[in-house]
Design a protein. Structure first.
Length: 152
């Protein structure tokens, strides 16, 4: 299993960052991989909710079942299960007049040749900065509103 982590500063309150992280329509804006939400009941990711997403990675169309472990307070944790398993944790903490977003993604192959290929491709993208790009997009989306920025 490989784990990747990054942190960035966001000039809004933590709840606005969590709003960006849990709104299915806004996820498509910051996600580094285009995906289609195939199955999801609700307007927001919530603790205990489930979704099915399909996207393209390494030239293959892939589906993942997503279990939202926690989506409250200042934290989002989920597990995406497919040809690779992804454990994702996003924590947002208030730090004076800014917030700090920490993202952690763990990748492990679900087995078989396809799992190993997709795991390697995912790790390559994460190692090449995909997580940093996604977190920077989350910060920009949160700062763009509708929430007002914190006073400096």
């Amino acid at each position: 299993m490989a784990t990747y982590q990054t942190t960035t500063t966001v000039v809004v309150n933590p709840e606005y960052v969590l709003d960006v992280l849990t709104d299915p329509d806004r996820i498509a804006v910051w996600s580094p991989i285009a995906f289609e939400l195939e199955e999801f009941d609700g307007d927001r990711l919530r603790s205990g909710s489930r979704a099915r997403v399909t996207g393209k990675l390494a030239g293959r169309r892939l589906s993942f079942d997503v279990d939202i472990i926690e989506a409250e307070g200042n934290r989002l944790a989920l597990r995406a299960t497919g040809p690779v398993d992804l454990d994702v944790e996003d924590d947002v903490q208030q730090c004076n007049d800014t917030s700090e977003l920490r993202a952690l993604v763990s990748v492990r192959s679900a087995g078989g040749l396809l799992g190993r290929v997709i795991s390697g491709a995912t790790e390559g993208l994460l190692g090449a900065g995909m997580l940093n790009t996604a977190v920077a997009r989350i910060a920009r989306e949160a700062e763009a509103g509708p929430a007002p920025a914190l006073a400096a």
